[in-house]
Design a protein around this ligand. Structure first.
Ligand code: UDP
Length: 467
């Protein structure tokens, strides 16, 4: 008998593949009878990602899907060279079509789950009549915001250029123009397209849980915030799904250094896979950390990769802080570090995976957003959930040593810091409850997989296909 198969279509980059692997593992823990195929889009001249270290369930297989180089297509031109990532997988649609046709013939293909960044995949899946769900890999609150972008655009008047003007967005905290994305208009049109595509699919999976984003999830479930209000898609909040199966080594010895530190005392500073700083900002961070007099573990990534830590940081800094601090270059096993008992605070760029890892380990945050939707995440973390302190940057994004030092001290040694810690520790418990049998995320996962078990799906391939 042919196995029920689910295809997961990752976006480009290891982080996105990790997310899909974790989703695949989760689906299989819930229903081991499925077979899962993860499609990895692979641009030309890019080495295939080594999937052997992922530690995934044996019912998961991988397929590298070649993306043919974009020519001078009209779409890439309108989006701009800084955002090809959202549209690049469109150039893999031809191959996607063939692969899905092949999978349909050799297995019982029940559904495809597409990373929302590959939104143009619906051009293929709708033609092949394959039930299509999207995986929105950030939170429900920013998804509400995304769905409201069209309205924001239509209502744009002089007053929304006023930085003090406030916007009311269903499911999202009240926000001033100042707190918006760095430059919303660059990416607005593409996000409006994404929002329209997602509001017309067979389901949206969000990596979050009810207790964490109650208001936003309720807004989404009511359907009132979708741009197309007729029959909004079901929303499955199945999180927190965090990525622990990367087979990473602790090459700098961070974990053994943490073993030598007192409980709940160390502040981790880590800024995602893309967070890089200029030299003057790195120096300012170093001064701020020294001023704070707290213990810290700092993952330094700079725009000048070839320079050593000695060259990047103030003279004598590494020697002066060696009793209290550890500084490593480029990468550290963040999830494992956050789970260490010595870690008591986290200065984060507010990437959604980092946020969920902090929540799952009950580590309070200082929010320092850098790119993508992270400024919005800061608003939610600080105003709505109250599990982080906001770091105030200057107009150009620069953060002073004094500001950093003060916020780190406030997080680790103040009444407000204590309240934030208590709140996030409660959230940690709620996260476990959400995933456990009977919890909200367990229920959502159950509803989602049931539809794949039950639905008898007939594929209607047009003899000529779309290509
Ligand atoms: N990460 C890590 N070590 C580092 C930096 C990042 O393990 O030095 C991991 C982090 O634990 C998280 C992911 O990379 O799982 C970053 O995802 P996130 O959504 O936070 O940010 P992004 O990199 O997508 O901006």
């Amino acid at each position: 008998m042919m196995k029920n198969t689910i295809v997961l279509y990752s976006s480009i980059g290891r982080g996105h593949v990790f997310s899909m692997v974790e989703l695949g593992n989760l689906i299989l823990t819930h229903n081991p009878s499925f077979s899962i195929i993860i499609l990895i889009p692979t641009p030309p001249n890019t080495a295939n990602i080594d999937t052997t270290t992922f530690g995934c369930n044996s019912s998961i297989t991988f397929h590298h899907l070649t993306i043919t180089p974009p020519g001078s297509s009209a779409d890439t031109n309108t989006i701009g060279p800084h955002l090809p990532i959202f549209d690049i997988t469109r150039h893999g649609n031809h191959n996607l079509h063939h692969v899905l046709q092949y999978i349909s013939k050799t297995s019982n293909l029940k559904a495809i789950v597409v990373d929302f960044m590959n939104y143009s995949a619906t051009e293929v899946t709708s033609t092949l009549d394959i039930p299509t769900l999207f995986y929105y890999t950030s939170g429900a609150s920013t998804f509400c915001y995304l769905n409201h972008l069209q309205t924001i655009k239509e209502n744009r008047t002089k007053s929304t250029n006023d930085k003090q003007a406030y916007l009311e967005i269903p499911g999202f905290p009240t926000i001033s123009a100042q707190e918006l994305l760095h430059d919303p208009r660059h990416i607005e049109d593409i996000f409006i397209k994404i929002s329209a595509t997602l509001s017309d699919c067979d389901g949206i999976i969000i990596n979050t849980f009810n207790a964490f984003e109650e208001r936003a999830i309720k807004t989404l479930e009511e359907g009132s915030c979708f741009p197309q209000e007729k029959n909004p898609p079901p929303v499955f909040c199945i999180g927190p799904v965090i990525s622990m199966s990367r087979g990473e080594k602790d090459e700098h010895g961070c974990l053994s250094w943490l073993d030598s530190q007192p409980s709940q005392n160390v502040v981790l500073l880590s800024f995602g896979s893309l967070g890089r700083f200029k030299k003057n900002q790195l120096k300012e961070i170093a001064i701020g950390l020294e001023k704070s007099e707290r213990r810290f573990l700092w993952v330094v990534r700079s725009e000048f990769d070839e320079e050593s830590l000695e060259e990047l940081l103030p003279e004598g800094f590494l020697e002066r802080i060696k009793e209290k601090g550890m500084v490593v270059k480029n990468w550290a096993p963040q999830a494992a570090i956050l789970s260490h008992d010595s870690v008591g605070g986290f200065v984060t760029h507010c990437g959604w995976n980092s946020v969920l890892e902090a929540v799952c380990e009950g580590v309070p945050m200082v929010a320092w957003p850098l790119y993508a939707e992270q400024k919005l995440n800061r608003v939610v973390l600080v105003k709505e959930m109250k599990v982080a302190l906001a770091l105030e940057e200057c107009e150009d994004g620069f953060v002073s040593a004094t500001e950093l030092g003060e916020r780190v001290k406030e997080l680790m040694n103040s009444e407000k810091g204590k309240e934030i810690r208590e709140r996030i520790l409660n959230m940690k418990v709620s996260a476990v409850e959400a995933r456990a049998e009977g919890g909200s995320s367990y229920g959502a996962l159950n509803r989602m997989t049931k539809t794949w078990e039950e639905k008898e799906h007939l594929h209607h391939f047009s003899p000529n296909g779309i290509f």
